[in-house]
Ligand binder design. Structure first.
Ligand code: SF4
Length: 351
């Protein structure tokens, strides 16, 4: 069987689909072939996954058109017949792609849009608590995907085998394959202060203060990972220590994956970096602000944790891209440095 999985972005969402690949492999066995369509910037990341046979890149920023992408998929289809398209993005653009490839059977993931919508619109902590009992949990996204899709793979003997889909001592569901060691002194903790949208960032001043405390109170090296556009990381320049390695804008995505894969711990926002670290089996502390772990993005490793404040206004959007409408960024500012430090202390004690 040849399955084409489609997920264009974002970084964290693409990493999370590695769990879908692991599940499909466990379910369909070694003869199945998996291809993956994604945006060009994530090709190296998903291409490193051991279960991916072919990666099709879509480089829209550099002028590639939907027609070009369709041609690439048709060419793959003629080389090796695609039996099924799994649309894991479920947006207008992926819908458009599926329509243009109507000859190939396709299924779309249910993103629970209505549930997410209600959770962001209801402005009462109590109503949300009741609502949450019925519709949400902290189950990983892949569990929902399995529930939605496993029936179609029923071979007449039932599909119970997928229920046992769990791997490794840390119960990793996602994976990124083996990574080489980046030349950094060990052991180290990674701090990932960036996120795709500014409201999802814990204040950089809090990250700087946390770094100062960790340098003073622990023997660990501290590595800052962020993209070239994250110049707010200059704030770490206020700290002078040989154990602080500010690599903001200095690493490729592949190098960041190498660094994360060999970290003792990763502390960051609800972002791709934390999802990558988890996929490498590294315990993560994820700080949630305007988004919500119940959307399927809670860290799933048994040694991972998350921090989030219960308040009427959060979550205020499903992706965290809208500007805060309150007078202060309460959801993030109310998570104190001391609270994060104490959680890290407990996590290090559990290792
Ligand atoms: S404080 Fe409330 S409104 Fe502002 S970003 Fe956070 S969740 Fe959204």
């Amino acid at each position: 069987m040849h399955i084409l999985l489609v997920r264009f972005s974002s970084m964290g969402d693409v990493v999370l689909q590695s769990a879908t690949l692991n599940w499909l492999r466990a379910l369909l066995g070694k003869d199945a072939h998996f291809s993956f369509v994604t945006s060009s910037e994530f090709v190296s990341m998903i291409g490193a996954h051991p279960e991916v046979g072919t990666v099709i890149s879509f480089d829209r920023r550099n002028g590639e058109t939907w027609g070009d992408l369709k041609r690439k998929i048709r060419s793959l289809h003629s080389e090796r017949r695609i039996d099924l398209i799994l649309d894991l993005h479920a947006t207008l653009r992926s819908f458009r792609l599926r329509c243009s490839l109507w000859q190939i059977p396709a299924l779309t993931v249910d993103k629970r849009r209505w549930e997410r919508f209600f959770l962001t619109k209801i402005k009462s902590v109590w109503v949300k608590r009741v609502f949450d009992l019925d519709l949400f949990g902290l189950e990983p996204q892949v569990t929902r995907i399995i529930r939605d899709f496993e029936g179609i793979f029923d071979d007449g003997r039932g599909v119970r085998r997928t229920i046992e889909f769990r791997r490794g001592a840390n119960q990793e569901l996602t994976s990124i394959g083996a990574r080489v060691r980046y030349p950094l002194p060990a052991p180290y903790i990674v701090l990932a202060p960036s996120a795709s949208f500014a409201p999802k960032r814990w204040p950089v001043a809090s990250f700087v203060e946390l770094t100062r405390i960790l340098l003073a109170e622990t023997p660990y090296h501290l590595v800052i990972l962020a993209g070239p556009e994250d110049s707010f990381c200059d704030a770490f320049g206020a700290l002078a220590s040989e154990r602080l390695h500010n690599l903001q804008g200095k690493t490729s995505l592949g190098q960041s994956m190498d660094i994360l894969a060999h970290a003792t711990l990763c502390v960051g926002n609800d972002s791709g970096m934390n999802h990558i670290a988890e996929a490498a089996g590294v315990p993560c502390l994820t700080i949630f602000g305007p988004t919500d772990p119940r959307f399927g993005f809670a860290p799933h490793g048994t040694k991972s944790r998350f921090l989030a404040k219960e308040m009427f206004c959060r979550p205020c959007s499903t992706t965290g891209k809208y500007a805060c409408y309150r007078d202060r960024h309460y959801c993030m500012e109310e998570i104190s440095v001391a609270e994060v430090r104490e959680t890290i202390r407990q996590m290090l004690g559990d290792l």
